[in-house]
Design a protein around this ligand. Structure first.
Ligand code: UD1
Ligand code: CA
Length: 452
């Protein structure tokens, strides 16, 4: 049996933010969200998030997750004081408890598995995760005996200058036999430089304690300020891009590309420079970029997407989009379509082989197959109060510079004349012209040129 608890009650003063530190986003997920996820493979039977500063926001962020409860730390008097708040919720629990700092988001699940296994094999009351950091400033230092057993953890600010030279740090990730931690928690004091109750003191009380070193120190980096947040983002990005390149995705210039770890990309896709893939996005065997942002969208195979922004939309196989297109809010583009320069499409479905190649706005519309939208066509979907739909049948050709005033249904095989303002439905297989007839005045001159 294993339970996990996440320390997430602190404000994170050094972030200089009203948002609790643990809710700051890192590549599309919050810091604490990542910490929580890293423990999923352990299948914990109990998960506790300790909340305090703006607790309602933290509760809201994780509401509804299975096996998850919240414990409130009303005053943030230190990590040890946070752990004391676990006592009622953990009463009678007979397994191990892994405590994780909510601000250590790069931890790999494998490392937690190793921590738990080592802990169980050793049979000791506690096992901690340590790492050698090139820049250990700010971290608690871990001192071990020659036999590798913990002697003490001393916070950076409580260290002597000589102790500070030690680069082996406490990662803020611990595995305790709960019954033993429960016994020592009431003995913590705040007799230190910060006047805080330290969880690390509980570890010191429980000796002999095992220390597991994490080989990849980047996993143990804690986020205390925005600079560290951006450093963590860079590490995360390297991991994600390396992963996709190993899967056979070409990323032409990784340094100019960002990819959330919620994104999937097919083998042999080509990601050109300056591409940003976010949220629940799936990319087929397609060429994306240069210069695209794709968010919460699914792109099928054989798509070319150039200098465009796509959000909450789907693009069918073989379709060419851009340069400079904006697809958003539930747009579904069919297969082998052409969406061209300066075209905005919102909440619209396009059948296969339909083209809108130049300078258009299509909003709240349904287009059939092989429709051609002439340059400069606008769906007039908004009357100032409500949005209305435009429906266009198969093979219909909308003339350039048309205004289609919705609600409007245009049948199949229709042609509308260029420059028309179409306000009434058009039946199938017809021509609609709605523009002033042209007048030609022969021999006409401007007034000032006329003889009086
Ligand atoms: C802590 C460790 C330090 C370790 C470092 C690793 C202690 C005393 N020190 O220091 O040894 O090297 O993490 O990153 O534990 N929190 C609460 N309630 C509180 C205070 C903090 O829930 O009263 C939470 C914070 O929200 C945060 C986590 O605990 O998620 C760590 O707190 P932080 O103040 O960042 O601890 P560090 O000073 O970094
Ligand atoms: Ca910290």
């Amino acid at each position: 049996m294993v339970a996990i608890a996440i320390l997430a009650a602190g404000k994170g003063t050094r972030m200089k933010s009203d948002l609790p530190k643990v809710l700051h986003p890192l590549g599309g997920k919050s810091l604490a969200g990542r910490v929580l996820e890293s423990a999923d493979p352990l299948n914990p039977d109990k998960r506790i998030v300790i909340v305090g500063y703006r607790a309602e926001l933290v509760r809201e962020a994780f509401a509804g997750l299975p096996n998850l409860e919240f414990v409130e730390q009303l005053e943030q008097l230190g990590t040890g004081h946070a752990a004391v708040q676990l006592l009622p919720a953990m009463k009678g629990y007979e397994g191990d408890l892994i405590i994780l700092n909510g601000d250590v988001p790069l931890l790999r699940s494998d490392t937690l598995v190793k921590l738990l296994e080592t802990h169980r094999k050793s049979g000791m009351a506690a096992t901690i995760l340590a790492a050698h950091l090139p820049e250990p400033k700010g971290y608690g230092r871990v001192f071990c005996s020659e036999a590798g057993q913990l002697e003490s953890i001393i916070e950076d600010r409580d260290c002597t200058p000589e102790q500070r030279q030690n680069t082996r740090v406490n990662a803020g990730i611990y595995c305790f036999r709960w019954a033993d931690l429960e016994r020592v928690l009431p003995n913590l004091s705040n007799d230190n430089d910060q006047k805080e109750y330290y969880l690390t003191d509980a570890v010191n009380f429980l000796k002999p304690v095992m220390v597991v070193d994490c080989d990849d120190f980047e996993e143990t980096l804690g986020i205390n300020d925005r600079k560290q947040l951006s450093e963590a983002y860079a590490i995360l990005q390297t991991r994600i891009k390396d992963h996709w390149m190993r899967q056979g995705v070409t990323i032409v210039d990784p340094s100019s590309v960002t990819i959330d770890d919620t994104v999937t990309i097919a083998t042999n896709a080509i990601i050109e420079p300056q591409v940003h893939l976010r949220g629940n996005t799936a990319i087929g065997v397609s060429r994306i970029g240069p210069n695209c942002m794709v968010e919460n969208s699914q792109i099928q195979d054989g798509v070319t997407l150039l200098y465009s922004v796509v959000t909450d939309s789907q693009i069918g196989a073989g379709t060419v989009v851009g340069p400079y297109a904006h697809l958003r809010a539930n747009t579904e583009v069919g297969e082998n379509c052409r969406i061209g320069n300066f075209v905005e499409i919102k909440n619209t479905q396009l059948g296969p082989k339909t083209n809108a190649a130049h300078l258009s706005y299509l909003g709240d519309a349904t287009l059939g197959t092989q429709v051609n939208i002439g340059a400069g066509t606008i769906t007039v979907n908004y009357d100032g109060k409500n949005k209305h739909r435009t429906v266009i049948g198969d093979r219909t050709r909308i003339g350039s510079n048309s205004a289609l005033v919705a609600p409007l249904t245009i049948g199949s095989d229709v042609t509308t004349a260029a420059g028309s303002t179409i306000v009434e439905d058009v039946p199938e297989q017809s021509l609609a012209i709605a523009r002033a007839p042209q007048v030609v005045k022969l021999g006409w001159k401007p007034k000032w040129q006329r003889e009086s």
